[in-house]
Design a protein around this ligand. Structure first.
Ligand code: NAI
Length: 332
């Protein structure tokens, strides 16, 4: 067994936290040879549920679980953390204006970002799940000026996996044969699932499925999949969201390459360096690969007029969110 890695997870008493914890503790995220030390951050209202989850973790007797600590103090939770999964957030409630939502989340992600900057390990990597994820990641990042900016990311892996699953079903092909799908932009209804460079069993996806479908109902279905799950299941996505968070971190730390598929790629919201015309500094979803613990945008893909418009629309929403949190004084 190697040395333990410290994983801080916020919202441990919530649904996604509950679904993620057991898989993280069992080694599904970083391997069965890598013990994990868990730090669970909750607010007082969520503490009992997190305590219950910790009792159940003990009952699993995972050999990979090196310890569990519960706290409501961000500085304690992020002390020495190598990975921070920021799941707990303030969801939009009925009648809540966008400014209220952003302020409420600023009050969570600002202090958490500061605590990460002050207390986390030098190699800390942060994945934000709590919505509005991209902008929450930006807020946290701006409060941790000494942490390299690219260590703050947001999850669009669930959107990516949904896009792959829905394409596979439409094409009548196994998921394993799908490659090259990209989610661009914001983790929101404006996101753009792009099949321009996707393949199904090595053939261009846009020759396998109807182009009209790929650029109309498909885009809508992927973007609205969360709402579809709520309608059918009677509750929001939980297992698939936890799975996506785990896959995001696993690919980031261990790399996207697989035996026989060295060029494998995925989607993640990472800090733009200006790639594909996305303004520098925004945390936007791109086609990505990871190697040696660094996400890299897959560059050089052609972007046609339809894709350009969709990417620009989602990026415009990210700019508006960034400007709104700037106006609220939540970032510089
Ligand atoms: P939930 O309401 O079941 O759990 C959230 C937990 O976070 C609660 O236990 C709450 O007490 C805790 N919490 C709130 N503020 C906190 C703080 N300041 N510090 C620590 N913990 C705090 O919600 P669920 O279903 O687990 O979802 C969590 C978030 O993930 C929501 O914002 C949801 O919108 C988002 N989400 C994001 C997805 C993505 O793909 N990026 C997909 C699905 C959900």
């Amino acid at each position: 067994m190697r040395d333990p890695i410290t994983i801080a997870l916020t919202g441990a008493g919530g649904q996604i936290g509950y679904a993620a914890l057991f898989r993280i503790a069992s080694g599904a995220m970083l391997g069965e040879d890598r013990p994990v030390r868990l730090r669970l951050l909750e607010i007082p209202q969520g503490m009992r549920a997190a305590e219950g989850a910790a009792l159940e973790l003990a009952d699993c007797a995972f050999p990979t679980l090196a310890g569990v600590e519960l706290t409501d103090d961000p500085a304690t939770a992020f002390d020495g953390a190598n990975v921070a999964l920021l799941i707990g957030s303030r969801p939009r409630t009925a009648g809540m204006e966008r400014g209220d939502l952003l302020s409420a989340n600023g009050a969570i992600f600002g202090p958490q970002g500061r605590a990460i900057g002050e207390c986390a390990a030098d190699d800390v990597r942060v994945a934000v799940v709590g919505n509005p994820a991209n902008t929450n990641a930006l807020i946290a990042q701006q409060h941790a000026p000494d942490v390299p900016a690219e260590r703050f990311t947001a999850l669009t892996r669930l959107d990516h996996n949904r896009a792959v699953g829905i394409l596979a079903a439409q094409a009548g092909a196994p998921v394993a044969e799908i490659d090259g799908v990209t989610i661009w932009g914001n983790h929101s209804a404006t996101q753009y699932p792009d099949l321009s460079h996707a393949t199904v069993g090595g053939r261009p996806a846009l020759e396998t499925v109807d182009v009209e479908w790929a650029r109309g109902p498909y885009v809508e279905r992927v973007a609205r999949r969360g709402a579809e799950i709520i309608e059918v299941r009677g509750g929001s996505s939980v297992g698939s969201a936890a799975n996506a968070a785990i896959e995001h971190v696993r690919d980031w730390l261990l790399g996207t390459a697989r035996p026989g598929d060295p060029g494998r790629r995925t989607s993640a919201a990472i800090v733009s360096r200006g790639e594909y015309g996305v303004p520098e500094g925004l945390i936007s979803s791109f086609p990505v690969r990871s190697e040696a613990g660094e996400w890299r945008v897959v560059e050089g893909l052609s972007v046609d007029e339809f894709s350009r418009e969709r990417i620009d629309a989602s990026v415009a929403e990210l700019i508006a969110e960034r400007d709104a949190v700037r106006e609220l004084g939540l970032i510089r």
